[in-house]
Design a protein around this ligand. Structure first.
Ligand code: V4E
Length: 195
């Protein structure tokens, strides 16, 4: 399954409209540690490596043909330590954590999030609150095949219109964290055309 999602900066009223008559699925608290080289080699290439509560995930941009002729921003997620080391061309020396440390990788953002999850029809709504004061909402749909992704995006846009949400570019949590905490890293992402 492929997750198609759109992020929103939501007002209190928008949150009320979205969650009205939605089923509350529960709350999860998690810590993301994002990792890169000191000169931001991964993120300047739009590659995002994080450990979520100790479990590593690598997000890589999909090529245009994989994601509906490039009209969608979609990322491939790798979540086994062996595959991550292979893709990053790292010679394993112990665990991935140990291998990263031995190769000079360092954490650049540690973000604690409280995520409240709701379901409304075929849509999942995540409301994320972070420990650095940034809140964000995500509306998601799951599809089986990349060919269904564009339809799913349109359905999410229709769903957001029904709830009178404002459609605007939104910074994800880690990009906002970098913007607030590390201007040098943020400028490097701007110069690389990643954001
Ligand atoms: C920054 C980034 C990625 C890391 C994950 O970021 P995000 O989806 O904001 O985090 P989160 O916690 O909501 O993850 P989830 O729980 O949904 O897995 S993956 C890709 N990027 C880069 C990126 C980009 N280049 N452009 C845009 C518009 N967004 C993100």
């Amino acid at each position: 399954m492929i997750e198609v999602e759109k992020k929103f900066n939501l007002s209190g009223e928008e949150i009320s409209r979205l969650t009205q008559d939605a089923e509350y699925l529960g709350e999860r608290v998690y810590t993301d540690t994002y990792i890169d080289t000191p000169d931001y080699f991964l993120t300047r290439n739009d590659i995002w490596l994080r450990s979520r509560d100790g479990k590593f995930e690598l997000k890589l941009p999909m090529k245009g043909s994989e994601a509906s002729n490039g009209r969608l921003d979609q990322f491939r997620e790798i979540d086994t330590e062996r595959e991550i080391m292979e893709l990053m061309q790292l010679n394993p020396c112990g665990t991935l954590q140990e291998t990263l440390e031995a190769n000079g990788y360092v954490p650049f953002a540690i973000i604690n999030t409280v995520r409240k999850k709701y379901q409304k029809g075929d849509f999942i709504i995540d409301l994320d609150g972070t420990d650095f004061g940034y809140n964000i909402g995500e509306i998601e749909r799951m599809v089986d095949d990349p060919s269904q992704m564009e339809d799913a995006v349109q359905q999410i846009l229709d769903f957001s219109q029904v709830h009178s949400l404002t459609i605007a570019p939104v910074r994800g949590k880690v990009i906002e964290y970098v913007r607030r905490n590390n201007p040098d890293h943020y400028n490097a992402l701007l110069e690389a055309g990643v954001i």
